[in-house]
Design a protein around this ligand. Structure first.
Ligand SMILES: Nc1nc2c(c(=O)[nH]1)N[C@H]1C(S)=C(S)[C@@H](COP(=O)(O)OP(=O)(O)OC[C@H]3O[C@@H](n4cnc5c(=O)[nH]c(N)nc54)[C@H](O)[C@@H]3O)O[C@H]1N2
Ligand SMILES: Nc1nc2c(c(=O)[nH]1)N[C@H]1C(S)=C(S)[C@@H](COP(=O)(O)OP(=O)(O)OC[C@H]3O[C@@H](n4cnc5c(=O)[nH]c(N)nc54)[C@H](O)[C@@H]3O)O[C@H]1N2
Ligand code: SF4
Ligand SMILES: [Mo]
Length: 694
């Protein structure tokens, strides 16, 4: 693998939404990573994944040519011409035989804005299919849906991270940031140093909960009950902000009636949180001049994820905190470009600029920018799990391109996902490595990695930043943008897919997003360079960008924030005689997502080489389990083999296992695909499980 000569490039980590600034130097084979002290978000700090992030660039497993499945059923190296011809042939015949919607696209939140945008355009203009969605649906979609409904806009954090430092109280609902974005801890440490208090709700005493002043060890799936219970106490003790509620919100009365039914004894019974801790939390929040509520996947990845987040938002609204300094509600977005990836059209219901594909004005605007007939743009398609569940003759999607996701490991109800993928007539996967999903493909396309491409990413604050190319891609490897351009040309759509490079794609994205909710029209590559990023919305070139939202009003039809009168529900599946424990899933520090990248890095494997199921010692005793024993976790959908890790940190009624591993170790063989009715988020965080000792 050749590499361009050594140079020092300022770019950002390929992994999470914190998008730490880093400097990359040395040749690709021995690339050296350093934290970028000039970047104001991480201020030079990186986590272990960031420090080791250059290892995949020259990894021996790296794909360096396309692969195609031969007559004997093996994946063998091929030319690009052959791989692309096979794809075009498969897409054409699916379309001819079954209609345009028989071709599906599955994208990802790790793609740059340019790639996410072009993938959306590719689906609608080159393929004419409605069926495109992406893995962000499995991530922050419940928070996104709730924020749009209550606040009129979904920008994960509507304020910069530095606002955390000045918050007197922060309630962190279902997030383990000490492991999932460690450099954020410097903000909580500074908050603590200036007298601030951190409260964490989590069924486990995580590293984050251990660093907090108060840990609410709630029963999985009871976040809405907790939020309603806190609101009950705030109303009872007159700690809500009546002026704010009157002047800036609507719909409080119904919410007050609902909160009245969440009296403390009831809340304690359902959540398991002692009444004294509920009262302590309510008082902390109610008496603070500045207070913030932040949610992570713990509260969001549930079949009632939207209800949970709406309940957190109404707490922040009743406290009068949304739009005030060092205060408000925010969602901690997860993937590298989880924010930008949900704004520019790779979602089933969406066009660029966070426009809705069903909205006639949005269609006209984007069709005009694309110079494409509006009536030929498809309508809304299927959401991520529903799309995957529709693969094969029954569901009707016969051909699929996966670009930037490893659904075999990360989608819920893994046994069904495997069956559905196998029922396809044709599967193409673009990745850097032969992921578990790529192993099932008919065509595998080797993609350039983060340090080999130019583009923009939007971090968890809504700050648009530059990803910079330090190396040319290895010979034989294309960027995803080049792949889409070549495919479109072969599909006879060259006219709409000819760009001089990523910046030209961004220029078109600017125009397509102009006037939309996520307005990038005033952002340029140059402006990002000079300002350490630009916060959207940024509607004109002379506009400085918008670090803080909601100071004056909300982007709703009335200008007011909306309270939603929502009642909690039980999780879709509750423990019973056969499956007596809760199962919850999530992450560990040293592995990232489906692990395609991080399971190949020796240093990270040394820290976490297999899934450890966290089990309370009292529970373990019932099953005769000792620390380190192998066991099988079983749910109604499947079984997974994991090693026991006994710890007092977890509730006795709950088992936690991380989802970074494939095959018989996969947590997603167990998880429940029950979907939130609004966001279509699966219930990754709660189902019923039993332990079988080996
Ligand atoms: N190391 C590492 N970092 C990552 C990632 C990674 O894979 N590895 N992925 C990135 C991505 S895409 C994301 S989305 C973020 C996710 O970041 P987080 O949201 O911090 O991660 P999770 O571990 O999924 O879930 C957080 C916590 O929710 C708790 N939880 C489980 N059930 C419930 C519940 O019912 N209620 C509440 N309140 N809490 C519950 C879990 O015990 C867990 O500690 O991390 C990002 N950063
Ligand atoms: N049980 C359980 N399941 C979960 C979760 C959970 O908490 N519990 N969390 C969910 C969440 S929040 C998320 S975000 C998903 C993530 O799950 P996935 O979508 O599987 O995420 P990744 O492992 O990041 O997959 C990205 C894949 O694309 C490749 N890739 C990365 N960047 C690019 C690129 O630019 N181009 C191309 N062509 N390929 C690229 C990587 O090598 C990798 O194989 O998992 C979800 N699944
Ligand atoms: S916190 Fe996220 S962005 Fe920063 S180094 Fe770790 S994985 Fe990379
Ligand atoms: Mo995520």
């Amino acid at each position: 693998m050749t590499s361009t000569p050594q140079r020092d490039t300022a770019t950002h980590c390929p992994y999470c939404a914190f998008q730490c600034g880093m400097r990359l130097s040395g040749p690709r084979e021995a690339a050296v990573v350093d934290g970028d002290e000039a970047f104001p978000v991480n201020k030079g700090a990186l986590c272990i994944k960031g420090w080791t992030s250059a290892a995949p660039l020259a990894h021996p497993d790296r794909l360096l040519s396309p692969l195609v499945r031969n007559g004997a059923g093996e994946l063998v190296p091929s030319t690009w011409d052959e791989a692309l011809d096979r794809m075009v042939e498969a897409f054409r015949s699916a379309r001819t035989d079954y209609g345009a919607d028989a071709v599906g696209i599955f994208g990802g939140g790790s793609l740059t804005n340019e790639k996410a945008y072009l993938l959306g355009k590719f689906a609608r203009v080159a393929l004419g299919t409605a069926n495109i969605d992406y893995n962000g649906r499995f991530c922050m979609s419940s928070a996104a849906a709730a924020s749009i409904r209550a606040l009129g806009i979904d920008r994960g954090l509507p304020f910069p991270l530095e606002d955390i430092v000045g918050a007197e109280v922060v309630l962190l609902a279902g997030s383990n940031v000490a492991e999932t974005m460690p450099p954020i801890m410097q903000y909580f440490e500074a908050q603590h140093a200036s007298g601030g208090v951190l409260v964490v709700s989590d069924p486990r005493r995580t590293a984050t909960a251990a660093a907090a002043d108060l840990h609410l060890r709630l029963t999985p799936g009871t976040d809405a009950v907790l939020a309603n219970g806190l609101l009950h106490l705030l109303i009872r003790d007159n700690l809500i902000d009546h002026d704010y509620i009157r002047e800036r919100t609507e719909g409080f009365e119904r919410v007050r009636q609902i909160a009245a039914t969440y009296w403390p004894e009831r809340v304690e019974r359902i959540t398991g949180i002692p009444e004294a801790e509920l009262l302590q939390t309510a008082r902390l929040l109610g008496r603070a001049k500045t207070a913030m509520i932040l949610t992570g996947r713990g509260a969001e990845q549930q079949a009632q994820g939207v209800t949970n987040v709406l309940s957190c938002i109404k707490l922040a609204l009743a406290l009068g905190k949304v739009g005030r300094p060092n205060s408000g509600y925010g969602c901690l977005t997860g993937q590298g470009n989880g924010q930008g990836g949900r704004e520019h059209g790779q979602k089933a219901d969406q066009l660029p600029g966070y426009r809705l594909i069903a909205d006639p004005a949005a269609r006209q605007h984007v069709a005009a920018v694309w110079d494409f007939p509006e009536e030929e743009l498809p309508g809304p398609g299927k959401s991520a799990y529903e799309l995957l569940d529709s693969l094969g003759p029954e569901g009707g999607i016969r051909s699929l391109l996966v670009l930037g996701s490893n659904v075999m490991v990360s989608a819920p109800h893994g046994n069904n996902i495997r069956e559905r993928l196998e029922a396809l007539d044709f599967l193409a996967v673009s990745d850097f490595f032969l992921s578990e999903t790529a192993l099932l493909a008919d065509v595998v396309l080797p993609s350039a990695q983060w340090a080999e491409e130019e583009g923009t990413m939007t971090n968890l604050e809504g700050r648009v930043i530059r990803r910079r190319r330090a190396y040319d891609p290895p010979e034989g490897v294309l960027t995803d943008l080049e792949l889409l351009e070549r495919l479109a040309a072969r599909l006879g759509r060259e006219r709409w897919f000819t760009y001089t490079g990523p910046e030209a794609v961004f220029e078109e994205l600017r125009a397509a997003s102009a006037g939309g909710v996520a307005d990038y029209s005033g952002i340029t590559y140059e402006k990002i360079e000079t300002g350490q990023g630009v916060f959207w919305p940024c509607p004109s070139v002379d506009h400085p960008g918008t670090p803080r939202l909601f100071a004056e009003s909300f982007p709703t039809s009335s200008g007011r924030a909306r309270f939603h009168p929502v009642l909690h529900r039980s999780p879709a599946e509750e423990p019973d005689e056969d499956f007596p424990l809760y199962l919850t899933t999530g992450r560990v520090l040293a592995q990232y997502q489906s692990g395609t990248q991080t399971r190949r890095i020796a240093e990270l494997e040394g820290m976490a080489s297999e899934p450890l199921a966290e089990i309370n010692p009292t529970t373990a005793e019932r099953y005769g389990l000792s620390d380190g024993d192998m066991l099988t976790l079983e749910t109604r959908r499947g079984a997974a083999r994991v090693r026991a890790r006994l710890t007092e940190a977890i509730r006795p009624d709950t088992v936690f296992t991380p989802f970074h591993w494939p095959n018989e170790q996969s947590a997603n063989l167990l998880t429940n695909p029950a979907l939130d009715p609004t966001s279509r988020m699966p219930e990754f965080k709660v189902c019923a499980v039993r332990i079988v000792k080996e």
